[in-house]
Design a binder for this molecule. Sequence first.
Ligand code: HMG
Ligand code: MG
Length: 301
Amino acid sequence: MIPAQVSLVDVGPRDGLQNEKQPVSAAHKIELVHLLQAAGVREIEVTSFVSPKWVPQMADNAQVMAGLQRMSGVRYSVLVPNLKGFEAALASRPDEIVVFGAASEAFSQRNINCSIEESVERFRPVVEAAHAHRIKVRGAISCSLGCPYQGEVTPDEVERVVRLMRGIGVDHCGIADTIGVGTPKRVQAVMERALRHYPIAEVSGHFHDTYGQALANIYACLEIGIQTFDASIAGLGGCPYAKGATGNVATEDVLFMLNGLGIETGIDIDKLVDAAAFISNLLGRKPVSRSGNALLAKRAA
Ligand code: HMG
Ligand code: MG
């Protein structure tokens, strides 16, 4: 059942950097994307078109998109919360947009200031407009394994949002463990719910590593055939609306495991470590990646 090939979506430039207090220049963000594509990453979540009052770090979204030297075969995606964001994003020619809802009402209110139902209704015209422009739509479902405000989230609650997203035509379903509390069996149970509504190639896992469970959860997903995962270079990030949440699992850690399993990704780990070193030096700290740090230490020796 374990897939022979896996797609890694690096969400570091968006999910990672959105959480950084210190401003990172558009030029540095662009350089990070260039290093990721040079390493062989074929899907990159570049930025978000959300309110700059809510997430100031992403205010340079159009500038970053405009500065990219695009490589053929690479998909550049952006996060969009509403039609206003979509219209702004359109001028930047994204290959894919990401809409995001939550499996918990409390988180939906805090993250996007509306109920789950309202958020999905808000996405309906966004999905229609994206499809009219032949742009693919990924949907991310936050708090699918637990919520910082509500606590436990049931697979039924997740499936309800999966069904709503499917109902408005969202093409891909990303199951997100925003606060990293999921454990392998539980993750499989939630993924099975997503698979009732989406084909396996259109279901992905987005794991934050707050409790150190992300790699185990990815392995659990591989066991049931899931072949797409989000990860963040150097383990950057967190979520501004989930206190204490750490970054997504580091792309270097996921790649090291996949390489060991003989799973094809097209990504060169040495070049990936270059990208991690670049952004970590810029932010003035070490990567939050065991593999990344081990490989850097080996280089230095
Ligand atoms: P709101 O305040 O409810 O919206 O925000 P509003 O429609 O009343 O608009 C308020 C102001 O924002 C207005 O400006 C709008 O024009 C402006 P003002 O009149 O006050 O000057 N505005 C916008 N500006 C730019 N771009 C836009 C936009 N929309 C409205 N698209 C809104 C609603 C969704 C906009 C707001 O709550 C928001 O931007 N929230 C940020 C959410 C966010 O970025 N969260 C982090 C990303 S999600 C995530 O990280 C989770 C994920 O990784 C998966 C996981 O791990 O769980 C995906
Ligand atoms: Mg996230």
